[in-house]
Structure formats: C-alpha cells, structure tokens
Design a protein around this ligand. Structure first.
Ligand SMILES: N[C@@H](CCC(=O)N[C@@H](CS)C(=O)NCC(=O)O)C(=O)O
Length: 322
C-alpha cells in the first residue's frame, strides 16, 4: 500500500490505523456525477453528460467495492457503453498496476503502468489514497468519481436515455429502506471484515467481530423469509452486500479472522449468494483467482509468507432454489 502526496507516489506501508489499532477508511476524493444532461449531481461539479463511449471504468477484480460497479455495469447493459480495464491482482510497492497477467487488461487511456499515474493525470497535485474503482472521462481526461457507492447510482439511471438496459435498483419507494440496509451492512460487514482483518489490537478486533456476526445473523433471518433484502425485488442493497459474501469463505474467514461461522453455515445467506452469482452477467464479473491471490499475496503485514491457501472447496454454481 502506498499514498500519493502532491502528485508524487510514496511507497508507504503505514497501515490506516488509529492510536488504538482501529482501521480508518478515508473518504473518496473525486465525487462528480455523470448525469443524463451533464447537470451537476448531488456532489462535485457538472459537465459529465451520459454519452456512450465517453467513460471508462478501472477496477481490480479482487476489490469488493470495485466489484459493485462491474455488477451494475453488467445488469444495466453498459458493457458496450462504458469501457473497462482490470488491474493486476497484486497491490505491492507500486500500488495497483497493469502488469501483464491472466485476466489483466491494459489501460488504453494514458498508457499508464500504474494506477497512481491516472490519479496524477486527473490532478497533478493529488494527495490521498490511490484506490479502485475509478471512473474516467475520456472527453475531459479526468476522474469523474472514485467512490463505488456513487458510481453504481450513476450507472443505475444516468444512461437510461441512451440505451441502458431497463431496471431500477434504487427505486424511489424503497430508498429509505435501502439506505438503512446499506448503512448497517457497510459499517459492520462490508467494512467490518476489513476492521477485523486489519485490526492492530485485540480490542479493535473484538470491537469489529461481534457486530459483524450479529449482522450476518440478522441477514440470515431476513433472507429466510424473503427473496431479497428489500422484499421481492433485487436492489442496490443486494449488490452491495453480495460482493462481500462472495469473498467471505474464500478469504475473510481465514485471512481476516472472521471465523465464528462460515457463509456455508448460514443456509439462507449461502443460497442467496449462489442465486445472485448465477444471475446472468454476474459470474463473469467474479474472478476467484484474483480475489484470493490479491488478499493473501498483497497484505504481508497479516500474511507475511504470501502463501495462498488452496481451499475452501465451495461451489458457487451449485443450484440455488429460492
Ligand atoms: N470508498 C471507496 C473504497 C475503495 C477502496 O478502498 N478500494 C481498495 C481496494 S479493495 C483500494 O484500492 N485500496 C488501495 C489503498 O487504499 O491504497 C469505494 O467504495 O469506492
């Protein structure tokens, strides 16, 4: 892990820990929005009109935040409209790179070898973390957004007038419910696995692990009586949850010490996860090889040998009758 200061990359392995050993995730910096007519969105500045071929998404297949954006891109039929580059799975001294490897796609925008070059191209004085996902605007050669929660909202509706697939995953009538689900799931689970895994003290780990499994128990209860989190309709809340669930048994149980139970021990959650995995377009966005190798090979502070375990033997294509 590294950080960029005034447009210069520093290979600084300082973990994002506070004085009590708690991981802190800094807020994303580029917060503009693509909108149907280029008007400003809820944050940032305007000028980013939805146009086929204008935008390009940079992701790491390993990253659960980036994974939300590729799932939404697939569900909304944006594959031909928004380009895609995939980084190498290893995040080491140069941060995310485009070093050749299976499943890596080179970056056609500025010919960058490393993701930090794209941040510097967007802002020569950029200071902050260099994270995926990144939504790049080819017309103005800048980053529109590096916040996954907002990129999926743009994809959900901004391109509807220029040929996106039908489907609203953030319907007006369910927004309050989706927002409430997102808040608890983000704090205790999406980010909770990182808070447990990167904890630098027993107290910080203990603080994360209880609420994490309480949320899984709560979700199991919800999903044993209804198909999706907000009822019978697939919403953004499901897409945000499932990228963490895909990684749970392959990575978080072992690497992040989230091992009070496995996902397969939750019958409803496990069937729900498989059902989502098997929806058209979703499996193709999921690369378990990148996922496992990224976490186990990159985080040397918590896995100094870089050894990638062979298991677990879980089968996401096992039929899911729900
Ligand atoms: N809030 C961001 C978080 C993105 C994020 O933290 N991505 C991780 C990968 S899973 C990353 O690129 N980390 C690199 C770093 O922090 O140096 C979002 O949801 O888009």
């Amino acid at each position: 892990m590294g950080i960029m200061i005034d447009g210069v990359w520093h290979d600084d392995d300082r973990a994002m820990l506070d004085s009590e050993g708690r991981m802190q995730r800094p807020a994303s910096v580029f917060r503009n929005w693509v909108t149907p007519d280029g008007a400003p969105g809820p944050s940032g500045r305007g000028g980013f009109k939805a146009e086929p071929g204008r935008y390009h998404l940079v992701v790491a297949r390993a990253c659960p935040w980036a994974h939300r954006t590729t799932i939404m891109r697939a569900l909304k039929g944006l594959d031909d409209m928004v380009g895609l580059s995939v980084t190498h799975w290893l995040m080491a001294e140069k941060g995310w790179t485009f070093a050749p490897g299976p499943g890596v796609t080179a970056e056609p925008l500025i010919g960058a070898a490393c993701l930090h070059e794209i941040y510097r191209a967007a802002d020569p004085a950029y200071t902050g973390r260099v994270t995926v996902p990144v939504l790049w605007d080819k017309a103005t050669a800048t980053i529109v957004s590096n916040e996954s929660a907002e990129i999926i909202r743009m994809f959900n509706s901004a391109f509807d007038g220029v040929g996106a697939a039908v489907g609203d995953y953030y319907p007006q009538a369910l927004r309050a419910e989706i927002d409430a689900l997102n808040t608890r799931i983000y704090e205790t689970l999406n980010n909770g696995v990182y808070r447990a895994g990167f904890a630098g003290s027993q107290a910080a780990y203990d603080e994360a692990i209880g609420p994490l499994f309480a949320t899984l128990d709560w979700l199991e209860e919800i999903l044993s009586r209804q198909r999706y989190l907000a009822g019978d309709r697939l919403t953004e809340a499901d897409l945000r949850l499932v990228t963490t669930l895909f990684r749970f048994d392959p990575v978080y149980v072992g690497h992040f010490k989230c091992n009070m139970k496995r996902l397969v021990d939750y019958p409803a959650l496990w069937a729900y996860t498989r059902a989502l995995y098997q929806m058209p377009g979703i499996a193709a966005t999921t690369d378990f090889d990148h996922i496992k190798r990224h976490y186990y090979e990159s985080h040397r502070r918590i896995n100094p040998t870089g050894i990638v375990p062979r298991g677990p033997l879980v089968d996401f294509s096992e039929p899911a009758s729900r």
